[in-house]
Design a protein around this ligand. Structure first.
Ligand code: RP5
Length: 163
């Protein structure tokens, strides 16, 4: 996080989601994108979720990343009260491995979209990269940083320990 106005808001249903969601914050930090991160629950403190999500656009947030596990209502609840793009990250779960979170999040009824990513750490990282791509449409600095990240990624595929 930085002193700049956050452009991305990360919200997760529980502190227990942080291990996975740290991958989103690490990726945003690497790209120099200011963000805020909070644990707020759609079922444990719904009033705070409503307050946070409905005020996000006015606070300067451009993209929201919302993570939740199990019934995973949080991204849909957030998307219901803001017009900002909401990227959902389904959390891995003990009983169903995250299939529960994935289907809860991806199967939004028509009208209120949640752009759902992969389950767990890869989804968290990709949510940050997709948020960066959205921001890059109107921000040349982020566009250049994302391009640089992708070039390094492209150029280092062969640097795996192959021997
Ligand atoms: C969801 O329930 C959270 O997003 C989390 O993935 C899951 C379990 O939460 P805890 O019981 O660990 O707080 O709301």
């Amino acid at each position: 996080m930085s002193d700049q106005t956050p452009l991305v808001g990360i919200v997760m249903g529980s502190k227990s989601d942080w291990d996975a969601m740290k991958n989103a914050s690490d990726m945003l930090s690497e790209l120099g994108i200011p963000f805020e991160a909070k644990a707020l629950s759609a079922h444990r403190n719904p009033a705070q979720v409503h307050e946070w999500a409905s005020s996000a656009e006015a606070r300067g947030i451009k993209v929201i990343i919302a993570a939740a596990g199990m019934a995973a209502a949080l991204p849909g609840v957030v998307a219901a009260v803001t017009q900002l793009p909401v990227l959902g990250v389904p959390m891995e779960t003990r009983v169903m491995g995250g299939m529960d979170s994935l289907l809860s999040m991806a199967q939004m009824p028509g009208g209120i979209p949640v752009g759902t990513l992969a389950v767990g750490k890869a989804g968290a990282k990709n949510a940050a990269l997709l948020a960066a791509a959205i921001l890059a449409l109107s921000d040349e600095t982020i566009h250049a940083r994302l391009a640089a990240f992708r070039k390094v990624q492209n150029d280092t595929v062969a640097d795996l320990p192959l021997d």
